[in-house]
Design a protein around this ligand. Structure first.
Ligand SMILES: *[C@@H]1O[C@H](CO)[C@@H](O)[C@H](O)[C@H]1NC(C)=O
Ligand SMILES: *[C@@H]1O[C@H](CO)[C@@H](O)[C@H](O)[C@H]1NC(C)=O
Length: 263
């Protein structure tokens, strides 16, 4: 029901001429694929996690940034309490966990969705350390902003069609970077996009879709983005992602326990 509410909100905004549709979390159990991608090689994205309210049912992606912390999109966790969020690691098949971890704290960005669709980022603290192995590893945070010419790899279990079910096998897709000014132009200067976002694109028929939300975009072995929103799916428009580089200070302050803004 709550997902439906989010869905209706998005449609409402669309009908009001806001010209955006998102977010891209999965809508129903047994939950949600990248459009136009291919099966990811086993162990090629060891930082990828699946967020599951009911173990076995995928709702959103995320990424491991260290032993205790996972990062995702704000809209993936805003309606939950920590006990409802299971983090599945170490697998290319979300229904066959390598391990399942519980969440002890949700840190939603204090300016999440203010303005609308901005600061869509959250950190999850786990109740125990993640055990690292060949299939389970953290991803480095970026040391520089992503720029034109960088290859970006998106991974996720998101649907092949809008509001569809997740794909059983993790998908991957190579994307290019689209400059923010260009992206804003494409979206007719939407106020739902700003410095906290990056845009990615390859070609029509490819891109993020429902169930990819919160999932990682990696470039030069660093986490550069988290799936935020788009017009589903693969309609020939860029997808809009949280700009991890922009949020580095926020990430570090939350993890060090110095953030004044947490829930
Ligand atoms: C968790 O990992 C951190 C960082 O490596 C370490 O300092 C800490 O002792 C570990 N905690 C437990 C309970 O293993
Ligand atoms: C931007 O506006 C033009 C003209 O109204 C429209 O055709 C186009 O679909 C709009 N772009 C988006 C992404 O909504």
């Amino acid at each position: 029901m709550k997902f439906l509410y989010i869905c209706l909100l998005a449609i409402l905004h669309l009908s009001q001429g806001k010209r955006v549709l998102g977010p891209l979390q999965s809508y129903e159990a047994p939950s949600s694929r990248i459009i136009g991608g291919q099966d990811a090689a086993i162990g090629s994205a060891p930082y990828q996690v699946s967020l599951q309210q009911v173990v076995g049912s995928h709702s959103c992606g995320g990424a491991i940034i260290n032993e205790r912390w996972v990062i995702t999109a704000g809209h993936c966790v805003e309606i939950y309490v920590p006990a409802q969020i299971n983090v599945v690691t170490g697998t290319n098949r979300y229904a066959e966990p390598g391990a399942v971890y519980q969440t002890s704290e949700i840190h939603l960005h204090c300016m999440y969705d203010q303005p609308y669709m901005h600061n869509d980022i959250a950190l999850l603290k786990l109740t125990e350390n993640i055990t690292f192995n060949e299939l389970t590893q953290p991803i480095d945070l970026p040391r520089r902003p992503v720029r034109e010419g960088d290859e970006i790899v998106l991974t996720g279990w998101g649907a092949e069609e809008p509001y569809g079910r997740p794909q059983e096998d993790l998908q991957e897709l190579a994307l290019g970077f689209v400059r923010l000014d260009e992206c804003k132009e494409i979206f007719n200067q939407t106020t739902s996009m700003g410095v906290g976002h990056i845009c990615t694109f390859s070609e029509a028929g490819e891109g993020a879709c429902h169930g990819d939300s919160g999932g990682p975009l990696v470039s030069n072995s660093c986490l550069v983005g988290l799936v935020n929103w788009g017009r589903p799916c693969g309609q020939g428009l860029p997808d809009v992602q949280a700009n991890v580089y922009y949020y580095l200070d926020w990430i570090r302050s939350v993890i060090s326990g110095n953030s004044k803004c947490s829930t």
